[in-house]
Design a protein around this ligand. Structure first.
Ligand SMILES: Cc1cc2nc3c(=O)[nH]c(=O)nc-3n(C[C@H](O)[C@H](O)[C@H](O)COP(=O)(O)OP(=O)(O)OC[C@H]3O[C@@H](n4cnc5c(N)ncnc54)[C@H](O)[C@@H]3O)c2cc1C
Length: 328
């Protein structure tokens, strides 16, 4: 199977989900056959293309144009349509980023194709690729496959594959080939303004040996004091899943996961956290994971070393009390 991975960079910096998607592509090729090419799109991104060429890919396509300096859905859509028509891949893979969500469905539609977005895995069944998507916040998974002719478009969720498994190029370097694209200013109907910059983290949770993390199971901001009391009794830092920080119940710098911090403490106590892949990717390296969740089927139990199926509002005060007694 001929696979083309569309990588993502912004202002010369990689979006790391690109490498995870390359690992997905390598695994698909290992399960089927074929070759993986990778495209780098932008302007002045030749250095990134050279860097990519040291990975295990058959070819790197350098898609450069003045009008691709800043991301626009029109610019990317028009340019990548030409690349796909020229290269004729069977499978086009994307990292499931905000940017990809913006342009990839439009790109697929411009070629008369559909797209399976936000996948977490794949299987090869009788020569046919089946993609797995989570539904209902990870409570169930759907198997999805393509009908109709290639090219097929798929995006993989951040954290679904491990970027550190990306193999180096066996011969040292893959060829980097320029992909010529024709773009006119009139093709682009939007004007990018200044990039949104995320606030810099003030708390470095990566160095914390003990972390007490809360999820949506905490239910209301006034209940966070109970988790903080437990964290204090343990001498731990408090952290959270994304919805807690999105709500503003804890500052963003306390967020663990693919769009937050990646931590590896000695102990990670997960309270009322379901274990969505984007959370797990930020804490699965913890030495010991203890999870408390009232749903025995919560995905967090798949990676927990110790699991308590129970109500955090019973467990938190009981644990705090025991810890305080033990410190006596
Ligand atoms: C691009 C992208 C990036 C993302 N990045 C991140 C990220 O960096 N970090 C992150 O965390 N998420 C991230 N997410 C969101 C992620 O997909 C999940 O939605 C999120 O992790 C869910 O948070 P949660 O586990 O707290 O909430 P839920 O999934 O709602 O889970 C709450 C859990 O609490 C349990 N519960 C409820 N009440 C109790 C109780 N009384 N006692 C015990 N258990 C209870 C429930 O059984 C449930 O399992 C991202 C999503 C996307 C699309």
């Amino acid at each position: 199977m001929k696979i083309l991975v569309i990588t993502e960079q912004r202002q010369g910096k990689w979006n790391n989900t690109s490498f995870e998607t390359l690992v997905a592509a390598q695994q698909i090729v290992a399960a089927t056959s074929g070759a993986v090419s990778a495209a780098v799109i932008g302007n002045g991104v030749a250095t990134l293309a050279e860097e990519l060429a040291s990975k295990n890919v058959a070819e790197v396509l350098l898609v450069e144009h003045d009008l691709l300096e800043s991301y626009t859905p029109d610019g990317y859509g028009v340019a990548l349509k030409q690349v796909i028509e020229a290269v004729k891949p069977e499978l086009v893979l994307f990292p499931h980023t905000y940017q990809v969500r913006d342009f990839a469905p439009k790109l697929a539609a411009s070629l008369g194709k559909g797209m399976i977005g936000d996948c977490v895995g794949f299987r090869s069944e009788g020569g046919k690729l089946v993609f797995v998507r989570q539904m209902f916040q990870g409570k169930t998974a759907a198997d999805v496959t393509f009908t109709g002719a290639a090219p097929w478009f798929v995006s993989f969720q951040s954290g679904a594959f491990r970027a550190d498994l990306l193999a180096a190029h066996p011969g040292g370097k893959a060829p980097v080939n320029a992909a010529k694209v024709a773009l006119n200013a009139g093709d682009i109907r939007t004007k990018p303004l200044e990039l949104f910059k995320e606030a810099k983290s003030a708390v470095d949770l990566t160095q914390a040996p003990l972390i007490v993390a809360i999820g949506r199971g905490i239910k209301a901001p006034e209940n966070i004091a109970q988790a903080e009391a437990l964290a204090k009794a343990l001498g731990a830092e408090i952290a959270a899943s994304r919805p807690i920080c999105d709500e503003g119940w804890l500052p963003m710098e306390r967020q663990i996961g693919s769009s937050g911090q990646t931590v590896a403490p000695k102990l990670y106590l997960a309270l009322g956290i379901s274990g969505a892949i984007q959370h797990v990717v930020g804490m699965k390296g913890s030495r010991t994971i203890v999870a408390v969740n009232k749903d025995q089927n919560a995905p967090i139990f798949e990676i927990a070393d110790y699991g308590i199926v129970g109500d955090i509002f019973e467990i938190m005060p009981a644990l705090t009390e025991e810890l305080q007694k033990a410190k006596w």
